[in-house]
Design a protein. Structure first.
Length: 619
């Protein structure tokens, strides 16, 4: 049993060798005086050091090269809950759990064999009385002592607990006591490590990303304390939902507060969208009952973005971005609901984003081009003018029509720059045609102008400059504005319209009839042309089918044209596609037509060709 059967205890040897060494190395004034030397006889020394070892506050043991405890001090015995002599002869590795992981075990063996200088590791031990403790174990060779190593154990339970508590604080939200964003992302990242899902489980992951509707109003009107209480109460209900979902499955979803009024429920090993939908449904249900916050009764709802997908190929940020987008949809679709991630809707959003961010550089790179669509006189069939329509030759998405990007350009303000380019290019082109075809009456160019151009740029100055630079006469330029841009205009926009009109530039109201314009009011504005929206003309399409046509449309349009004429406006019909429509429009007095019947929007040289044909009608 005992590893100390032969000769004196190695600990005593050790003690002696250390004393000898320290005596030799001490500076002269510290050398042991002769009187003291008498007291440091070998036997005395051994006893002293044995006593010191036994009483040392650091728990220690001397372990032989076979790994058996030669001697251990009382502190170690107390720490491990063993009797005074209970440790001698025991396998040291078992006492402090050195064999449970391969790396530590290997390092320990190396130290025992004298091939490694030291081993230090942290271990969780079970005390015989039931409590567990965290210790730091150090094993190092004894100097001058071939046959043994010193094992020391320090109790770091207090430090460890403090660290754990600190970590808990760092990882949890104080208001709701839920895991916070940091812990959420730590768990999410771990769940998306291939080792986590490849070996077992469904290989899928899901998240419900929730935002309390109208929380800001609660905070603003009732104060932050009520707001905090509400968040804590919401957290409680979410936790209950997660627990209930957990009963039915193997694992409980992790509920976390990601910040503000945003929460997330993470479902590892999800089984499919149904599971997440069920969870989202139960969460919405759980929030329906009003909250009683110390006297304040509050009803709230929430919006939830739900994403469920394969774990492989999913990144934490990718998943949360999708969840964020989906939450945004849930809000945009009317709040108080859950919405499932839709890849197509997302692709559309991505395209919007890609387009929007690419607008300004595209203007500089010259990716825009204009097509022109003839505006044809109803009586003579001649090309009187052309409307300039912008196209974006996108390097990635091909040719884009304005409906795809004009709205975006208006949103981010790049319409001002784009609009200026359109205006300059169209005027230059109109002047070019005029110079190239001196024998035909010059065609005017009609340019679409967005509301924001009237508000945010000096449209009047831009127009004046461009006309001066290109040499185009002002009456050969027409600007198309929508009803909404002109209606109720006062101040700056009205002044701008007036200044342009005074300059001789014509103003047309585009898509007329789609808004709520009052014709009498319009006539008081400096407007000279109404462009009748295509929807009116569409009602004419059954001319050839006789009884299937809608006479009401025709009556309305006829009255409208007559009224416009009486107010001094001319009328252009958009979207004329059939000769039937054209002849009826002509009959009721429409002045100009535009549409596929005459020509699609075309490149400038095609307009040149049309004008050449008009140059010499006989060819
Ligand atoms: P809009 O000013 O009403 O232009 C007429 C639109 O109707 C054009 O579409 C044209 O291609 C289309 N169209 C012409 N004839 C027919 C027809 O017979 N049948 C049908 N179904 N459609 C016809 P596009 O080129 O896609 O332009 C759409 C809108 O984009 C324009 O409507 C205009 O509001 C806007 N837009 C175009 N270019 C510009 C521009 O340079 N600046 C601004 N601010 N807006 C522009
Ligand atoms: Mg137009
Ligand atoms: Mg139009």
């Amino acid at each position: 049993m005992s590893g100390t059967s032969d000769g004196p205890a190695p600990a005593a040897d050790l003690a002696r060798s250390v004393v000898t060494e320290s005596d030799n190395e001490s500076p002269p004034h510290e050398r042991t005086p002769p009187a003291a030397a008498a007291r440091t006889q070998p036997g005395v020394e051994a006893r002293t050091f044995r006593a010191t070892f036994a009483a040392a506050p650091l728990p220690m043991a001397v372990v032989d090269r076979e790994g058996l405890v030669v001697t251990a001090n009382d502190t170690l015995a107390a720490l491990l809950g063993a009797g005074p002599d209970g440790l001698t002869g025991r396998i040291a590795a078992d006492l402090v759990d050195l064999a449970s992981d391969a790396r530590t075990w290997h390092a320990y063996r190396e130290v025992l064999r004298g091939r490694q200088a030291r081993l230090r590791c942290t271990r969780r031990l079970k005390h015989p009385d039931g409590h567990s403790l965290w210790v730091q174990v150090t094993v190092s060779p004894l100097p001058e002592e071939e046959r043994a190593v010193l094992l020391s154990v320090s109790d770091i339970s207090a430090r460890h607990e403090l660290q754990a508590r600190l970590r808990h604080l760092q990882m949890h939200d104080p208001v709701t006591r839920l895991p916070n964003r940091t812990l959420f992302f730590e768990r999410l990242s771990a769940a998306l490590e291939p080792e986590a899902y490849e070996e077992s489980g469904t290989g899928r992951i899901g998240v419900c990303y929730l935002d309390v509707d109208g929380f800001k109003a609660v905070n603003d009107t009732l104060g932050h304390r009520v707001g905090d209480r509400l968040l804590a109460a919401v957290a409680e209900r979410l936790t209950r939902c997660a627990d209930e979902a957990g009963y039915a499955r193997t694992a409980t979803p992790l509920v976390a507060r990601l910040g503000g009024d945003e929460f997330a429920l993470l479902v590892e090993d999800s089984t499919g969208t149904e599971q997440l939908a069920e969870l989202a449904e139960s969460v919405l249900g759980s929030l329906q009952a009003p909250f009683d916050l110390s006297g304040q009764r509050l009803s709230v709802s929430a919006s939830i973005g739900v994403v469920e997908r394969r774990a492989a190929g999913t990144t934490p940020t990718g998943l949360m971005q999708a969840a964020d987008t989906t939450l945004y949809w849930a809000k945009a679709d009317g709040k108080s609901r859950w919405t499932l991630f839709d890849p197509e809707r997302n692709a559309h959003r991505m395209t919007r984003q890609a387009l929007s961010s690419g607008l300004r550089p595209a203007i500089e790179r010259g990716e825009f081009a204009l097509e022109y669509q003839p505006l044809v006189g109803m009586e003579d069939g001649g090309v009187h003018g052309v409307e300039a329509l912008v196209r974006w030759n996108h390097p990635q998405f091909g040719t884009l029509t304005p409906n795809r990007f004009i709205g975006l350009a208006e949103e981010d303000g790049s319409i001002v720059q784009l609009g200026r380019w359109v205006l300059a290019t169209a005027c230059k082109q109109a002047r070019r045609w005029q110079l190239d075809h001196p024998d035909v009456p010059p065609v005017f160019v009609s340019v679409n102008v967005a509301v924001r151009q009237v508000w945010d740029s000096d449209l009047v100055a831009d127009v004046a400059t461009i006309l001066a630079e290109t040499g185009l006469a002002p009456h050969l330029l027409q600007l198309e504005l929508t009803e909404s841009a002109v209606m109720g205009s006062a101040g700056r926009p009205l002044q701008a319209l007036q200044a342009l009109s005074d300059m001789g530039v014509r103003i047309a109201i585009d898509d007329f009839g789609t808004g709520y314009s009052n014709l009498a009011y319009l006539s008081r504005l400096p407007v000279s042309v109404l462009k009748l929206d295509g929807s009116f003309v569409r009602g004419f399409q059954y001319e050839d089918a006789g009884d299937r046509s809608n006479p009401a449309d025709e009556v309305i349009v006829e009255a409208l044209i007559q009224l416009a004429h009486r107010l001094g406006l001319t009328v252009t019909a958009e979207c004329v596609e059939t000769s039937g429509q054209a002849s009826r429009l002509r009959r009721i007095g429409c002045d100009t037509g535009q549409g596929w019947l005459y020509s699609r929007p075309v490149a400038p040289d095609r307009i040149s060709a049309l004008l050449t044909a008009e140059d010499c009608p006989q060819t």
